[in-house]
Design a binder for this molecule. Structure first.
Ligand code: XMP
Length: 327
C-alpha cells in the first residue's frame, strides 16, 4: 500500500543502491520543495557523501535564505555550501528591463555560481583522492513528461531550473522524485521531517523576484517588493487560503507611478499588483476569488507599511491569455 513512509523508505534504498558504498554526490538547493525533498532523501541515503549547494542570487523572498540555511540544515543535518552571488547578479542586471534579457542573465549567472561551487567541492574531494560522480535533481514526473513531450511553456518563456550544468562536467543524474507528483513529494518531505514552511511552499520561479519587478532590478526595488510580498503572504495564510491558491505573485510596476494622497500630502508612488491564481499544474490557471476583506487587509497594510507604494491592484486575468508571472 501507498504510504509516505513506504515510498520514502524505498526511494532511500534505491538512491543507496545507485550511488553505492562510496559514491559522492552534489545537490543544488533552490529553496523550493522539490530540491529540498530530493536533497533530504539523498542525505538520508548516503549522509555526508552528498554536499548541498545553495546559490543566493539576492532574488529570494523574505526569510527564504534562512529557511534553507537554518531550517533545512537543522531538519536534515545536510552538509551545505552557500554561494553569495547577489552583488554579481545585481551588477549584471543593472540597466536591463527586458524580461527575456533578465531571465538569461539570471540563468547564466546561476550556472556560473553553481559551477564555481561545484569545482570547489570537487577540489576538496580531489585532495582526498575521491571524485564526485553524481548530481541530484528534484525532477518530478510532470517535468519528465513535459520535457519528453515537446511543446510546453518552455517555448513561451525561457525557464531555468537548478542544475543546468556545463557540458564539460560529467555527472550521473540522481532523480529520486521522477515518478512522483507534487502532493506525493510534499508527503515524502513531511515524512523526512522537513518543516512545513518548506514542504508547503508554493511554486516560485527560478529567476525569483527579478521577473516580478517590471522594469530594472535594483536593490531598493527588491527590498520594497520583499516587504509587500511578505505582507500579502502573511494575510493570505492567516485567512486560510493557502490550500486554494496555487501561488500569488506580488509584482512591482517599478516604472509606473501614480498620484495618491496620504494624510495631508500628495504622494507619487508605485503600484503593486496581486496575482493570486488557482491551478492544477500551472499550464492553465484561473484568478482566485480572494474574499474582499482579505484583499482589503492586504491593501491597507501594504500602503501603510510600505511607504513607496500608494496603490494595490488585483490581476483578474486567467491563463491563457495571461501567464501566471508578469514576465
Ligand atoms: P507562467 O508565468 O509561465 O508560469 O504562467 C508557470 C509556472 O512556472 C513558474 N515559472 C518558473 N519556474 N523557472 C521555474 O522553475 C522559471 O524560469 C519559471 N518561470 C515561471 C511560475 O512561477 C508558475 O508557477
Amino acid at each position: 500500500t501507498w504510504t509516505a513512509a513506504n515510498i520514502a523508505e524505498s526511494l532511500v534504498a534505491s538512491v543507496r543502491e545507485q550511488v553505492g558504498e562510496d559514491g559522492l554526490a552534489i545537490c543544488g538547493l533552490s529553496g523550493g520543495v522539490d530540491s529540498a525533498v530530493a536533497a533530504a532523501l539523498v542525505q538520508r541515503a548516503i549522509g555526508d557523501r552528498v554536499t548541498c549547494v545553495f546559490v543566493d542570487q539576492g532574488l529570494l523572498r523574505a526569510g527564504e535564505r534562512e529557511q534553507v540555511q537554518t531550517d533545512f540544515v537543522a531538519a536534515t543535518g545536510a552538509r551545505l555550501v552557500t554561494v553569495d552571488a547577489a552583488d554579481k547578479v545585481l551588477a549584471e542586471l543593472a540597466g536591463h528591463a527586458d524580461p527575456e534579457t533578465k531571465r538569461k542573465i539570471v540563468g547564466r549567472e546561476f550556472i556560473r555560481s553553481f559551477e564555481g561551487a561545484v569545482s570547489e567541492v570537487l577540489g576538496d574531494n580531489a585532495s582526498s583522492g575521491r571524485k564526485v560522480q553524481y548530481l541530484v535533481q528534484g525532477t518530478l514526473y510532470p517535468d519528465v513528461v513535459e520535457s519528453g513531450g515537446g511543446s510546453g511553456t518552455a517555448n513561451i518563456k525561457s525557464h531555468h531550473n537548478v542544475g543546468g550544468l556545463p557540458d564539460d562536467l560529467e555527472f550521473t543524474l540522481v532523480e529520486p522524485l521522477r515518478l512522483l507528483f507534487k502532493d506525493e513529494v510534499r508527503a515524502v518531505g513531511r515524512e523526512l521531517g522537513l518543516p512545513e514552511e518548506i514542504v508547503n511552499r508554493q511554486p516560485f520561479p527560478g529567476p525569483g523576484l527579478s521577473i516580478r519587478i517590471v522594469g530594472e532590478v535594483t536593490r531598493a526595488r527588491l527590498d520594497l517588493l520583499r516587504r509587500a510580498d511578505a505582507i500579502a503572504r502573511e494575510e493570505l495564510t492567516a485567512a486560510g487560503l493557502d490550500g486554494q491558491i496555487w501561488q500569488c505573485p506580488v509584482v512591482l510596476l517599478a516604472d509606473v507611478r501614480s498620484v495618491g494622497v496620504q494624510g495631508d500630502s500628495r504622494t507619487y508612488g508605485h503600484p503593486i499588483v496581486l496575482r493570486p491564481v488557482s491551478s492544477e499544474d500551472a499550464m492553465t490557471a484561473d484568478w482566485t476569488r480572494v474574499p474582499y476583506e482579505v484583499l482589503e487587509a492586504i491593501s491597507t497594510r501594504i500602503t501603510n507599511e510600505v511607504p513607496e507604494v500608494n496603490r494595490v491592484v488585483l490581476d483578474v486575468t486567467s491563463k491563457p491569455p495571461g501567464t501566471i508571472e508578469w514576465e
